[in-house]
Design a protein around this ligand. Structure first.
Ligand code: SF4
Length: 151
């Protein structure tokens, strides 16, 4: 790997763009993700930018129990994210379906069945500090050994 590529990878791992999608939740986890943006946790001080544009994202946060209406959309959003990329399941819903996973429910968890999930943050909901720690620990691994394809 060239020195320039190594340098680019290092710089990009310090400037992480995060996109989030709710695929059928109670919004409890969404609120915890949004709390990360507030002054108390101030996610931007770590070089993490949260927005809703998959084309600029490095990490996708997935919340919710994966309703059938969301399956295709989740896959489409994942495919729009350029390489290198990773997804994190936030809360128990995308991991197991949580309280929605009953015999008569129509949800389709886990999210890992539909897209590759690199990390999980369990909890109902998880704390902002746990979400932050997951993003910070995953970020350097995404760009490790990444080589851009020559055009
Ligand atoms: S894990 Fe709990 S708080 Fe999060 S979306 Fe599911 S039910 Fe709501």
């Amino acid at each position: 790997m060239s020195l320039l590529q190594k340098l680019k990878n290092r710089v990009r791992s310090k400037s992480i763009h995060v996109c989030f999608v709710d695929v059928g939740s109670c919004n409890g986890c969404d609120i915890e993700v949004l709390a990360c943006l507030a002054p108390r946790y101030d996610i931007e001080q770590y070089g993490i930018y949260v927005h809703n544009n998959p084309r600029e994202a490095d990490i996708l946060l997935v919340m919710g129990a994966v309703t059938p209406q969301w399956v295709d959309k989740l896959v489409a959003i994942w495919e729009k994210i350029p390489e290198p990329k990773a997804a994190i399941a936030i809360g128990n819903c995308p991991i197991s379906g949580c309280v929605y996973n009953r015999r008569d429910s129509y949800i389709d968890p886990p999210a890992a069945k539909h897209i590759p999930i690199a990390a999980q943050v369990p909890g109902c909901p998880p704390r902002p500090t746990e979400i932050l720690a997951a993003i910070l620990s995953l970020a350097p691994t995404i760009f490790e050994n990444y080589e851009e394809k020559k055009r």
